[in-house]
Design a binder for this molecule. Structure first.
Ligand code: CAA
Length: 257
């Protein structure tokens, strides 16, 4: 696939996707989402890649779904055309994905960032779900994911008023994992991604899957799921290698087995 709305690079064991529609502050149109899915799919099937970083520009991670593309849609058209279905696939990526966010991260942009496993933000980042100002509500998971990140009270505040939240507030309320100076953003995200990519890939993927269970199930059920996967890890060569390396005081050499 030829990419026209994203730039795709490979940095060591890390896949890097830069959203690239500067003329529209990286507004997410259907073509961009299709390209993003394609890029994530190719990283997913590439055994050399262990983690992905999605980033935008200094001014905008993404200013939302593309309003100009959406404005004239009818219900039947969007229903038959499965509008927004492609977005959900991003959340189903099994290898870890980090969002490196600078500038505007609004609407569908924030929904995309929340589909990633965690957000590293520049001090310039600003977050909002402003859909209410357009006569709609969030439609790509925002009403469900935001309360899980930051709790009901603040999620209601943001979704019902459409107000913007700065990066400090976003970190304080748990939306953002790490806050960094603007010129450190990409380095910090790539360093985190490289660290993850150096671990055992199947173990990392199982850890991601297990943490995600916490969002979707009861504590007892989630703990049972964790125990089952934890025990299964003793059948991997990487568990043997990781523990042996610790005892022998050397770095482990994981082989994804
Ligand atoms: N869709 C389409 N185009 C967009 C866009 C969007 N979400 N956000 C910005 N743009 C375009 C603008 O129309 C403008 O294009 P033109 O030069 O052709 O007019 C260009 O990007 C630059 O934007 P501004 O001139 O508005 O830049 P600014 O610095 O003055 O303002 C902003 C920046 C506050 C982010 C403002 O652009 C804005 O409010 N954007 C819309 C944000 C929004 O409402 N997002 C939610 C979308 S709905 C959604 O996401 C639904 C969902 O849940 C799936």
């Amino acid at each position: 696939m030829v990419y026209q709305n994203i730039i795709v690079e490979i940095r060591g064991k890390v896949g890097l996707v830069t959203l690239n529609r500067p003329q529209a502050l990286n507004a997410l149109n259907e073509a961009l989402i299709a390209e993003l899915n394609d890029a994530l799919g190719s990283f997913e099937s590439n055994p050399e890649i262990g983690c992905t970083v999605i980033t935008g520009s200094e001014k905008a991670f993404a200013a939302g779904a593309d309003v100009k593309e959406m404005a004239e849609k009818t219900y039947v058209e969007s229903y038959l055309g499965r509008f927004l279905d492609g977005w959900t696939r991003i959340a189903e990526t099994r290898k870890p994905v980090i969002a490196a966010v600078s500038g505007f991260c609004l609407g569908g942009g924030l929904e995309l960032a929340m589909m990633c496993d965690f957000i590293i933000a520049s001090e310039t980042a600003r977050f909002a779900l402003p859909e209410i100002t357009l006569g709609i509500m969030p439609g790509a998971g925002g009403t469900q994911r935001l309360p899980r990140y930051i709790g009901k009270a603040k999620a209601m505040d943001l979704i019902l008023t459409g107000r913007m939240m700065d990066a400090v507030e976003a970190e304080r309320c748990g939306l953002v994992a790490r806050l960094v100076a603007p010129d450190r953003l990409l380095d910090e995200a790539l360093a985190a991604a490289s660290k993850i990519a150096a671990y055992s890939q199947p173990i990392v993927m199982m850890a991601k899957e297990t943490v995600n269970r916490a969002q979707e199930t009861s504590l007892a059920e989630g703990a049972r799921f964790e125990r089952r996967l934890f025990l299964s890890m003793f059948s991997t060569e990487d568990q043997k290698e990781g523990m042996k390396a610790f005892i022998e005081k050397r770095k482990p050499a994981f082989r994804n087995r």
